[in-house]
Design a protein around this ligand. Structure first.
Ligand SMILES: Nc1ncnc2c1ncn2[C@@H]1O[C@H](COP(=O)(O)OP(=O)(O)OP(=O)(O)O)[C@@H](O)[C@H]1O
Length: 236
């Protein structure tokens, strides 16, 4: 009788360390971090300011490579898979600074990302899907037609969230995604993250200082002194 091999975790950090080399000194931010992120799960990462949360996210999202150790997606080393391909096809990131294309409208920011990543909406056009996503997080049609530089910080943050949601990827990373939002809008975004994990089997990884957000995730991780540890699980 053959036993089925369990699928590899969506994302595995295998003994990763990361050191920044400045002109005068080197800063080691992560030390031998080992962790597996699974599909269908909503993770939050907490930790004091400067503990390396953004660094961890930039490595896990394929923006940078660790100085030691390996990161695999579905069992494939990211460097072999290709960081660009991983970022285009499998992982989307909502950055702390949004990283929107400042010469475009809100709508164009979303549709352009869909074109670049080849994301195909389940029905209808890319534009219709983009408008639907933008509207679902509280940006009406008039706002979506504005250049993003004419939007408030919270509105820009929502464009960045819609852009990431529009790219139909396996893993969604977000760095402080609710930082600029009022309570109701923030709760809507948290609900969206939970649905993505539980209804669409995505892996959602959110860096935050918000205990409210962490309390609603499935697994809470803490980064401290270069080490990543898991706290007790919360309600799912
Ligand atoms: N490019 C860089 N070169 C050198 N040091 C850096 C670089 N980026 C970050 N660091 C340092 O690495 C450490 C971790 O930074 P990081 O931004 O990952 O922390 P964080 O936990 O996300 O902080 P915060 O909660 O304040 O956003 C800090 O000491 C920071 O100064």
């Amino acid at each position: 009788m053959t036993t089925a091999t369990p699928p590899p975790p969506a994302l595995r950090l295998a003994g990763i360390s990361h050191t920044y080399s400045g002109q005068r000194r080197r800063t080691t931010v992560l030390r031998d971090v080992d962790y597996s992120f699974e599909r269908g799960t909503f993770y939050t990462i907490l930790g004091p300011s400067g503990s390396g949360k953004t660094t961890l996210l930039s490595l896990a999202s394929g923006l940078d490579t660790p100085t030691k150790g390996a990161i695999t997606f579905d069992g494939h080393d990211l460097t072999t898979l290709g960081l660009g391909r991983y970022r285009n096809k499998h992982a989307a990131t909502i950055f702390q600074q949004y990283n929107l294309l400042t010469y475009m409208t809100a709508l164009q920011n979303v549709t352009t990302a869909m074109e670049i990543t080849g994301a195909k909406p389940p029905t209808g056009s890319r534009k219709a899907r983009a408008l639907q996503l933008l509207e679902s997080i509280g940006l009406d049609k008039a706002i979506t037609a504005r250049n993003v530089m004419q939007l408030s910080g919270g509105q820009q943050q929502r464009v960045a969230i819609a852009r990431a949601l529009a790219c139909d990827v396996d893993i969604l990373f977000a760095d402080e995604p609710t930082g600029n939002l009022d309570e109701d809008t923030a709760q809507g975004i948290i609900d969206t993250f939970r649905d993505l994990a539980h209804q669409q089997d995505k892996c959602v990884v959110v860096v935050t200082h918000s205990q409210q957000l962490a309390a609603q995730s499935d697994r809470v991780l803490t980064l401290r002194k270069g080490k990543l540890t898991e706290q007790t699980t919360s309600a799912r």
